[in-house]
Design a protein around this ligand. Structure first.
Ligand code: NI
Length: 175
């Protein structure tokens, strides 16, 4: 399994809509495995294919708590079947926004239909952290990042901070 480079915001590749996979074949399974290894390596609880420069509707998640056995989910072509009217505000972060966090409001529960690792349709009724994480990752497939769901002011502060960090990283090292 390979560790893939994660795109860091601001980057136009995070703003692009991903296309469905025709089926979960060996190539997609390998992408899912690599994405999961990449996510565990950081560590993180979710990763969407556009974050590793693959414009495909593929994502991986694992919201198991520390000390619990891993509960990896490998998902392709997810579709929201139902969303609760009730919403919840949660602090979110993102592997493409290192060390940045913000409060985001989303439906508390969601039912999602998706193609699994064996190319079979499944449905998950997500609640709690899984519901938050799943909706966050599905946003990535639409080119939506979590800071698009917060105030303009807060978003510009976070993006400016990341742009600055990127610039500092790419600046030539003084002799
Ligand atoms: Ni994210």
């Amino acid at each position: 399994m390979a560790i893939l480079p994660i795109i860091i915001a601001p980057d136009p590749r995070l703003k692009v809509k991903a296309r469905p996979v025709s089926e979960v074949n060996a190539g997609i399974r390998r992408l899912m495995d690599d994405m999961l290894a990449t996510m565990y390596g950081v560590p993180g609880i979710g990763l969407a294919a556009p974050q590793v420069d693959q414009r495909l509707r593929v994502l991986v998640l694992d919201v198991a708590l520390k000390g619990e056995p891993p509960q990896p989910l490998k998902i392709a072509n997810p579709e929201i079947v139902w969303r609760s009217e009730e919403t919840v505000e949660c602090e979110e972060g993102c592997l493409s926004f290192p060390e940045q966090f913000a409060m985001v409001t989303r439906p508390t529960e969601a039912k999602v239909r998706y193609l699994d690792y064996d190319n079979a349709w499944r449905e998950v009724h997500a609640k709690g952290l899984l519901a938050v994480c799943l909706q966050h990752e599905m946003d990535h497939l639409e080119g939506i990042v979590f800071v698009d769901r917060i105030s303009t002011l807060r978003r510009s502060i976070i993006l400016r901070r990341l742009a600055k960090a990127k610039k500092a990283k790419s600046a030539p090292v003084p002799a």
